[in-house]
Design a protein around this ligand. Sequence first.
Ligand code: FE2
Length: 181
Amino acid sequence: MNTLNKLFLDGLAEIYDAESRLVWSMPQMATAATCPLLREAILSHLQETKAHVTRLETLFQSLGERARRKTSEATIALVNESHEIMSRFRGFPVVNAALIAAVQKIEHYEIASYGCLRDWAVVLRNKEAAAILQEILDENKTTNQSLTELARSRSNQQALSEHACVSEPTTAVFCQTAACA
Ligand SMILES: [Fe+2]
């Protein structure tokens, strides 16, 4: 096995670890969002993320490898950062702008990872792997783009409001200021 192949398999194992961690973290981020549109966007990307995990498992299988995880230290750090901002801004309208930034940092990490993996698959003449990685890359890019649009059209402006939001008896948190309506 050449060293690029090893690098490729390590990269797959690392992004597989990242996606698996995100399946656990994204529900907490969705719960912390006070903007229903953001909550919906995070939950919808959670479904895509679950599908990415499955597609990576299929990819490992097609390569004749067992799906394995290599700890993604970058994802651990980015998820820790998202927990920190959630506890710092929980219940305030600014939490949505903060969450968008946190999720976009994660998406950018994924976009860089999938972009490199796709290119390595091309060099390794594995068209099937390159096509799968391109699909996942495109979905992460679309998520990133819709978050930018949400931030610019709503969340960044709403973040100017200092009114605290109130917690409902359920797990969801709803903002009662006009800015979040
Ligand atoms: Fe993603």
